[in-house]
Design a binder for this molecule. Structure first.
Ligand code: SF4
Ligand code: SF4
Ligand code: FES
Length: 457
């Protein structure tokens, strides 16, 4: 087992594992070091040369991503000599770069922009006419576009398809000025995790077809949340924006690092699931599809519950937050109802894989088990109260609390979607995680806990 040792970086002492990568220590301790090709999920490649540092006793600067920590090591990360080396390397990276930041989706979260401001600020010696021209909009597959001119050839994207998905769709062909990323013949980039290359790309070379030109990133507010696409519970950032005179809108989901759950990645289906959250929403109380007054609908619901006491079943969605499930169980006791969550509809073998995607499509499947909620369909009741379970159930009367519109004739009340609400979920491995409220609508849909308060009979 490696020993913990002390090393000095810029005069400060840090504890590190002997034999571990120097760049990992610098990143962990917040020591500023620029890098393009290194990524903690992909390891070192050593091709960009940006992560140069000085090491006592070494004549030339060394790349931190390929330097192992040794006893008595002393590192210099920001001497004038090291900064000059970085400026020179950056100048090479930028020789043929189009610098089209004003129309680039990455602007505002681009490593090249950031490093230029930190180490560059030089004038180009190459005119725009002299720059080598490449293709600006190459369709790589289902969800990703490539701008070959913006690419810094860091090979993160190709290593992702080689090392992480093992699908090998991407490669770098050509040499020198002509080198470019491309797909292998007849193999478009279309694996279920393809869009992660957009996050991995340190510049604006790879962009998401879905997010292209949709929004400037500096207008987006980011909220940490949990994806509800399946029982894996991948950690995500919800990027949303409430423009003046408009409503709060989600523009994208991005993976949020959690080594115990999803590492650095999420699946494309989960990433794009933000769209469904915003489409076809149940926004008012309805009966037979006709909008009715919300207070009247509530009175109607209370009446139905009073008239059906002792013959009521409640069915709940396996995506509800645990706090909602617990509150529904308490409410059920007050009206002598039994709570069910039939799980068969959430099983989807065609979705699951051995990377992240789970064939269990309910994000809080585990809490259904822990809270011992009946997973069978309810036996015939006079009244069924459905809290967003995807199935419709037959009964003499139904009350539905739904996020999305559905074909049926029941009395229906709108509820907030998970992005408009906060709570905890326990994933299939038993890890409990908190998902924050991202979206604040101009006219918020009531949360389930609010409806339960109003339903007290
Ligand atoms: S990648 Fe985009 S934002 Fe970054 S420097 Fe190039 S054009 Fe500008
Ligand atoms: S497309 Fe992006 S990730 Fe791929 S090699 Fe170029 S800069 Fe790196
Ligand atoms: S990050 Fe070290 S060489 Fe690229």
């Amino acid at each position: 087992m490696s020993e913990m040792i002390n090393i000095i970086v810029d005069g400060k002492t840090y504890e590190a594992k002997e034999g571990s990568l120097l760049i990992d220590l610098l990143i962990k301790e917040g020591v500023k070091v620029p890098y393009f090709c290194y990524h903690e999920s992909l390891g070192a490649d050593g091709n960009c040369r940006m992560c140069m540092v000085g090491i006592k006793g070494q004549k030339r600067p060394q790349i931190a991503c390929d330097t192992l920590i040794k006893k008595e090591m002393e590192v210099f990360s920001n001497t004038p000599e090291i900064c000059k080396v970085r400026t020179d390397i950056l100048e090479l990276e930028l020789i043929n770069h189009p610098v089209d930041c004003p129309i680039c989706d990455q602007a505002g979260e681009c490593s090249l922009q950031e490093f230029y401001m930190d180490y560059g600020l030089h004038s180009t010696k190459v005119t725009i006419q002299e720059k080598v021209k490449h293709a600006k909009a190459v369709d790589l597959g289902a969800n990703v576009m490539l701008d070959q001119e913006r690419c810094v050839l860091c090979a993160r994207c190709t290593r992702f398809t080689d090392k992480i998905t093992g699908t090998h769709e991407l490669g770098i062909v050509g040499r020198g000025d002509d080198a470019k990323v491309t797909t292998m013949p007849g193999r478009p980039l279309s694996n279920p995790y393809a869009m992660n290359v957009v996050d991995l790309c340190p510049v604006g070379a790879l962009t998401s077809k879905d997010f292209r030109f949709a929004q400037r990133v500096w207008f987006l507010e980011t909220t940490p949340a949990i994806c509800q696409g399946c029982a894996k519970g991948c950690n995500i950032h919800i990027d949303h924006n409430k423009q003046k005179y408009k409503d709060d809108v989600v523009y994208r989901f991005r993976p949020r690092r959690n080594d115990a759950v999803n590492g650095f990645f999420i699946c494309d289906e989960g990433r794009l699931s933000y769209k469904e959250l915003q489409e076809n929403r149940q926004e008012s109380a309805t009966r037979n599809g006709e909008v009715i007054d919300e207070d009247k609908a509530l009175q109607n619901a209370i009446q139905l519950i009073e008239n059906s006491k002792d013959s009521i079943s409640i069915v709940i969605d396996a995506n509800l937050y645990t706090e909602e499930m617990e509150a529904i169980l308490l409410f059920a006791k007050t009206i002598n109802a039994r709570v069910h969550s039939p799980l068969a509809i959430y099983e989807d073998e065609s979705f699951g894989d051995d990377m992240l995607k789970s064939s269990k499509r309910g994000a809080n499947y585990k809490s259904i088990e822990t809270l011992q909620i009946d997973t069978n369909e309810p036996k015939t009741s006079s009244l069924i109260i459905n809290f967003n379970h995807p199935q419709n159930f037959n009964a003499s009367s139904n009350i539905n609390f739904l996020t999305h519109k559905r074909e049926h004739s029941a009395l229906t009340l709108p509820i907030a979607a998970y992005s408009e609400n906060a709570g905890t979920l326990t994933n299939e491995d038993g890890i409990t995680q908190y998902s924050q409220q991202a979206v604040r609508k101009n006219t918020p849909m009531p949360k389930i806990l609010e409806w339960l308060e109003r339903l007290k009979v």
